[in-house]
Design a protein around this ligand. Structure first.
Ligand SMILES: [Zn+2]
Length: 104
């Protein structure tokens, strides 16, 4: 069974999907991977994460596995999903529009 991770701000109810959790033979988390994302897509994700850090300094932020998040919060409809362009989300393009940090 795959486990996924996300970066969350509990105070603002905002979340960024980080991808599938990749573990070593001992079960320790090594990194997150987003499917077949290109280098440019990882760069966009990295820019979004750094914008997120800047916007949520001092807030209650955490990196959680999906099952932990569901246990803690459970009400996904009230959270803004950054990078997920559905009804509860905002695309990375819109999220990063006009952000001066990190050149493209
Ligand atoms: Zn926040």
């Amino acid at each position: 069974m795959s486990i996924y991770g996300q970066l969350d701000c509990k105070d603002c109810k905002q979340s960024i999907f980080l991808g599938k959790a990749i573990r070593d033979d001992r079960g320790a988390l090594r990194y997150f991977v987003v499917g077949t994302a290109s280098t440019d897509e990882y760069r966009t994700l990295s820019r979004a994460v750094f914008k997120f850090f800047a916007e949520h300094v001092g807030h209650d932020i955490a990196v959680l596995y999906d099952y932990q998040w569901e246990d803690l919060y459970g009400d996904e409809e009230n959270w803004l999903q950054i990078g997920d362009d559905d009804v509860n989300g905002i695309s990375f393009d819109k999220y990063l529009k006009g952000w001066p940090g990190w050149p493209r």
